[in-house]
Every structure is written in C-alpha cells, then in structure tokens.
Design a protein around this ligand. Structure first.
Ligand code: SAM
Length: 500
C-alpha cells in the first residue's frame, strides 16, 4: 500500500543518495513534461488511462524507459517485470517496491502512485483508483492551478503551504522562498509532500503534520498559500474536501487565525467558498470575517452557483455512478443547505496582507474576465494602488496627481455599420496580461485616459475636456474622478510612483 499513514509501511526511499539516483534515472529517461508531450502529443496529466495514446508510438520509442515510466506512473498499466527493472536501473526494483512506489506481482509490476511531471517538478500522489479513500491525496486540480497562478511570487524568507496535499504550492514556492514549511492534517499528505521535496531535491522544504495553524503557532511567514478543504456540505468524508466545520466555517476560521503567523507586510492567499445566507447581503457577511484581523483584504469572486448546481458538481466528482446513491446524497445535501439557510455558494480568491496599527481596507469585487498567465505581481500592484487611493484623500488630492496609462492597457473599439459609415458601438479599456481587468468607457473617458502621460495633472486634463465639451470643469470633475478612481484600482491608470 503506498503512503499508508503513520502506522502503515514506509513510504519513500531510505537515503538522500537513493533519491539522487532516482532523480538521475528519471532525468535520463526524459521523464519530463516536454519530452512526454513530444512523444505522445498529450500533456502528462491528460493521458487516457487505457494507454491508447501509446499505440501510435514509433519503433524507436517502443519499449523505451520513458514509455515504461509512463505506463507505470501515469497510465497505471501493468508492465513486465524485466522491462520495469530495466527502466529503474541502476536501482533495484525492490527498492522502489519497498519505497511504496510499485508492487511486484509475479511477472508483472504495477505503479502504486501517480508520479506527474508538472511545471518542472515531479509530484507523486494517489492514483485515481484510490479516490474513495477518506485520506485520498489529490494531485494537481483546477483549484491547485488557480492558486499557483495568483500566488505572489516576490522573494521571501519564509513561506507556509497550509494543507499541502502532495506539496505543489510549497514546492513551487521554494523557487522564491528561503525556507518553506508544508503542513497537513492528513499523515499520508505529509508523506507525499516529504517524498516530493526529496525527489525534487528541495531540502529547504520542511513537512509537519497537524491541524490548521497548530503546527506553526510559534512561527512567522512572509507568504502563506492555502487551497483548503473548502467544500460546503453535510459530509465529513474526505479530508481533502470536507473541512469538518458547519457551512463555510473552515475558511472563516482560517481567515481569522492566519494573521497570527503572518509577518508585518506578509501576504496570505486562500481559495475560498462562502455561503450566501437567506436575508443577508453576502458582502456584509464576508467583510465581517476580516474585522479585527489587522489585515487589508482583497476578495475576488470567481463564480456563484445555486446550491443545486453546486451539489451536483461536487457529488459527481466523488460518488460512484449509482443513481440511487447519487440521489440520496443530493437530497441530503439540499436538506442541509435548507436547514442552514444557504441559497447559493460563491468561490473566490482571498488575499490578505498584514498591516497592523492602522485602519484596514477591504476590497470585494469580481475577478477580471480573463487571467492571462501568472498574476501575483498584479495582485501586489492592486494592493499598492488601493493603498494609494486610501491615502490620496478627497477630490482635491486626486486632481493633483499626474497619472499615466498602463503600458499593458489597450483600447478596444467595436464598430457597427450605420448609414454608410462605421459607428462606434462599444469601447473597452483592457489590460492585456496577467490580471486582465476591463472597463467599458465612452469616447470622452477614452480620450482623457489616452492623454494621461504622467506629466499632466488630472486637474489640467479634466479642465481641457470640460472646455472642449462646453461644460463647467467643476461639474465634470466629480463623475470623472469616480471613473478615474476605478481605473486606478484596476491598474489601467497608474499614479506617479506606482508602476505596473
Ligand atoms: C484541496 S486539498 C489542496 C492540496 C494542495 N495544497 C493543492 O493546492 O492542490 C486540501 C488539503 O488540506 C488538507 N487539510 C484538510 N483539513 C486540514 C486541517 N484541518 N489542517 C490542515 N490541513 C488540512 C487536506 O488533507 C488536503 O491535503
């Protein structure tokens, strides 16, 4: 049994030298995303389990170590023992069996874990056949990737991956962190994270078992990343999914407790689900979660689902395809939501920054329509811009700034034919990378933004516009400044001294 937990057989190799040899043999075989893609035309994570993708391999690739490793650790098909031995040379297949990575059954060898090359890491985790285990350890899911893409990637001294699973967040963050601590309440997850840190030669990653912040209560971090068990349901079945507190209590508790381990100025980013309660504005309820935390907070909502759709999505992921059982689970979940007064559930990304000793701000909005690549820098920029808006004060202060349009902003215009000419139907300012904020504007706002070159004050620009329109500048200033505020918040306009 792979990675069995505290009392179960050992998981992992015995020595650093064994890990080094294993790493060398994986590298020599080309067991990496690029080589796998070139060989089978699919990403390592999307290979069909029937091995169909391997049928089209050419003569030279057949029987190669790379093909054998793909069969064992991605597809999960049995492989003849001689072939497996050859692929695992110079190590003894017995060492891989004792490490809990393969099972030798007569003349056949089977992979007991998935070992997935992902963004330059090898990540061992449970095979899908283990999905019914309460202590199932997941691999890279869509929530994993979402958190990786929004994570703030500035160099830090200490990083915490809370609820590490197989360790993806912490191992990736090791690239910009002096030290990483990965914690998980599931002992099997701790074992997988430890294994993955060793196989990737990331000795700066420390793994600790335990509940929430209890294992690190006496430490401080500059960055905390957590993709927690956020699903809201009556079930307490899977450690990776069910946080064990009523409603959205797990995420709330995490948000309330995490500031205690954050360095001043340190960031915490959490993927979160929250409940929309009957007779309660969800924004009010959510902002209450941050009160007294000593943190500024930015909530980006990604989606909201009615409870029926939410339940269906999650139940389908875990329940076997048995209509009676699916129906019973669905009814139970919906009764629970009804009892709790939950009508719909939102998903979002929460970023908190410890800023004690002053009043804190909370920003709650929708995630921009597109995320174009990693956007941690844009989130940090969003904090700087909101700080700026908090300190610039009233209209008078804002009128004196000399903004410039972001170099990654573009004006998109849609034209429609009208009486023999093209007429502007819609104009939108968009950031074209990272957190790709977008704002509908009219020709006057577009014109003003275009003239923001960092040299002229808003007062001058608004005055010029008002004169062109034959209007009183004092009348134009109020509405225009409200729009400018929003464009600054979206990093489409940048005040002097704040770059992006
Ligand atoms: C959704 S998985 C995320 C795994 C991984 N971090 C990722 O991004 O793919 C949630 C993880 O939180 C862990 N977990 C659940 N309850 C916990 C608790 N009370 N304290 C710490 N970790 C917990 C689970 O074991 C699981 O590994």
């Amino acid at each position: 049994m792979p990675a069995g937990g505290d009392d179960d057989p050992r998981f992992g190799f015995l020595s650093a030298a064994d890990y080094a040899t294993a790493r060398a043999l994986l590298t020599a075989a080309g067991y990496a995303e690029k080589a796998i893609f070139e060989m089978v035309g699919l990403s390592a994570d999307s290979l069909p389990r029937d091995g169909g993708a391997l049928l089209a391999l050419g003569e030279a690739e057949r029987g190669s170590s790379l093909e054998t490793l793909i069969l064992l650790f991605l597809i999960g098909a049995p492989v003849e023992a001689d072939r497996a031995r050859q692929a695992l040379q110079p190590m003894d297949a017995g060492e891989w069996a004792e490490a809990g990575l393969i099972a030798v059954e007569g003349n056949l060898v089977r992979g007991l874990v998935r070992l997935v090359p992902f963004r330059g890491l090898w990540l061992a985790h449970d095979r899908p056949e283990q999905k019914q285990r309460a202590d199932f350890v997941m691999g890279v899911g869509s929530s994993t990737v979402r958190l990786m893409d929004v994570a703030i990637r500035r160099p830090v001294r200490a990083m915490l991956d809370l609820g590490s699973g197989c360790g993806t967040q912490g191992l990736f963050a090791a690239r910009h962190s002096d030290r990483v601590v990965a914690t998980d309440t599931n002992p099997r997850a701790v074992q997988f994270t430890h294994f993955n840190a060793q196989i990737n030669d990331l000795r700066k990653v420390e793994t600790i078992g335990g509940d929430l912040l209890e294992p690190v209560a006496d430490r401080k971090f500059d960055l905390v990343l957590s993709n927690p068990p956020f699903v809201i349901s009556p079930d307490r079945r899977y450690i990776y999914r069910d946080g064990g507190l009523p409603g959205d209590g797990f995420c709330r508790r995490l948000i309330r407790e995490v500031p205690a381990v954050l360095e001043e100025g340190g960031y915490c980013q959490i993927l979160c689900n929250w409940a929309h309660q009957r007779r309660e504005a969800w924004q009010d309820r959510l902002s209450g979660w941050f009160e007294g935390t000593g943190c500024d907070a930015w909530v980006m909502r990604t989606e909201t689902e009615e409870v029926a759709a939410y339940a269906t999505t999650w139940i389908r992921q875990t329940e076997p395809d048995d209509p009676a059982r699916l129906g019973e689970t669905y009814e139970r979940w919906l009764e629970y939501y009804d009892r709790q007064g939950i009508e719909s559930i939102s998903t979002g990304i929460i970023t908190m920054r410890r800023s004690s000793g002053r009043s804190n701000w909370i920003r709650i909005d929708e995630i921009p329509p597109r995320i174009l690549g990693p956007c941690g820098d844009d989130i940090e920029l969003g904090f700087a811009l909101r700080d700026f808006l908090e300190t610039v004060g009233d209209e008078a202060g804002l009128l004196e700034i000399r903004p410039r349009v972001s170099p990654v902003a573009r004006l998109h215009q849609r034209l429609a034919p009208a009486a023999g000419v093209w007429e502007s139907e819609e104009m939108e300012l968009r950031r074209e990378q990272g957190l790709a904020a977008a704002a509908r504007v009219d020709q006057y706002v577009a014109g003003l933004v275009g003239r923001c070159d960092g040299r002229r004050t808003l007062r001058d620009l608004i005055h010029e516009l008002a004169v062109a329109l034959g209007r009183d500048p004092n009348e134009v200033a109020g509405p225009m400044l409200a729009i400018v505020r929003r464009l600054i918040e979206q990093a489409i306009l940048l005040p002097e001294g704040v770059f992006g």
